[in-house]
Design a binder for this molecule. Structure first.
Ligand code: ADP
Ligand code: MG
Length: 330
């Protein structure tokens, strides 16, 4: 009988210990027109779900603020009033635009949220059958220019100086949303988690085995083969790729990223992965390297502390920044 009781109490102890083990809770859903996967690793199921739900609420809130498709967003109001009048916006949107303009400065205009006047011309959903007329591209290109985004910090006003100008956050919004979602989850006590916004991810804490999270970078030459594993802790890994959204004209593959200097989509690069603590910056820089090309792009990344990069060219060549450690073992 005593032995039986000991076994029972041992079993109860084991169960209690198991219940303390962190479990993975996760949700996949479409937000900001992209597939988001939000994971929390915690022993407390209720806390994990509260964290995941807070992240979803936060991402939806950001979407309503920055979407240029939603006619009711502040961003759409700015766009409708281009060349007409300045618009007062929330401090959060003002700051985001200000940071985007700073990235335009450090990338010499390769990154430019006012690329968006091109949305009317270039479609990457398979509907384009021929190259647009050069004159039309030239006309729309004349509306691009971050220097024509006038910011008044005292009044929190944004004014697009040229009629027909338009801003869009396609290259920075997911990174920003991932960071804010992580902050909400951390504030609720989620010590380990991953927010993956269609390949733009931030991971913090430890996996359920107690090890750092590992992110695999796909090998373009071998399907389903991981080229490199990156250990991540409080790190974001963001990839811009031309696999999903592109157009083909005369066998040339044009990515869904516009070179603001020419008004044409970029060519020559298949994907750019940026590793950095800050997912918003990583998101913007992955787009920038596409536009800058390998030489100038890597030169820029090598100047930035704590930012690394891996580029895969159209010929499946792999080029990395100075300090990126490639590890082929899982
Ligand atoms: P992905 O959608 O693969 O994550 P990006 O983060 O590079 O890729 O974002 C690409 C999107 O950024 C485009 O679909 C468009 O909305 C926007 N964009 C295109 N060209 C530029 C540019 N030069 N500067 C800023 N944003 C851009
Ligand atoms: Mg980007």
């Amino acid at each position: 009988m005593r032995l039986f009781l000991t076994v029972i109490s041992l079993l109860i102890c084991c169960c209690a210990a198991l219940a303390q083990q962190p479990q993975k809770y996760h949700k996949v859903l479409e937000l900001m027109g992209s597939r988001f996967e939000i994971s929390a690793f915690d022993a407390d199921a209720q806390k994990a779900w509260d964290g995941i739900n807070a992240a979803i609420t936060e991402i939806s809130r950001i979407e309503r603020l920055i979407s240029s498709w939603d006619p009711n967003s502040q961003t759409s109001l700015i766009n409708r009033n281009a060349g007409i009048k300045p618009i007062k916006v929330d401090n959060e949107l003002f700051q985001l635009i200000q940071r985007a303009v700073q990235i335009s400065r450090i990338t010499d205009g390769a990154f430019d949220i006012s690329y968006a006047s091109m949305d009317r011309i270039w479609k990457f959903d398979g509907s384009m059958k021929e190259m647009p007329d050069a004159e039309i591209v030239k006309e729309a290109r004349s509306k691009i220019g971050f220097r024509n985004i006038q910011l008044n910090p005292a009044k929190l006003e944004v004014y697009l100086k040229v009629k027909g100008m338009k801003i869009g956050f396609g290259a920075i919004g997911k990174g920003y949303a991932a960071q804010k979602a992580k902050e909400k989850m951390s504030a609720l006590g989620i010590k380990s988690g991953v927010v993956n916004a269609a390949g733009d991810l931030i991971a913090w804490g430890k996996d359920i085995d107690g090890e750092s999270f590992k992110v695999g970078i796909a090998d373009p030459r071998k399907k389903n083969h991981v080229l490199s594993w990156l250990k991540v802790n409080n790190t974001s890994v963001v990839t811009s790729g031309d696999y999903e959204r592109y157009v083909l004209f005369d066998n040339v593959r044009y990515a869904h990223i516009i070179d603001p200097r020419t008004g044409y989509p970029t060519t020559g690069i298949k994907s750019v992965t940026i590793v950095s603590a800050n997912p918003e910056l990583a998101d913007a820089l992955s787009t920038s390297v596409f536009v800058l090309g390998i030489e100038k792009g890597l030169y820029l990344i090598n100047q930035l502390q704590g930012v690394e990069c891996l580029v895969i060219t159209d010929n499946d060549e792999i080029v990395t920044s100075k300090h990126l450690e490639i590890n082929n073992k899982s």
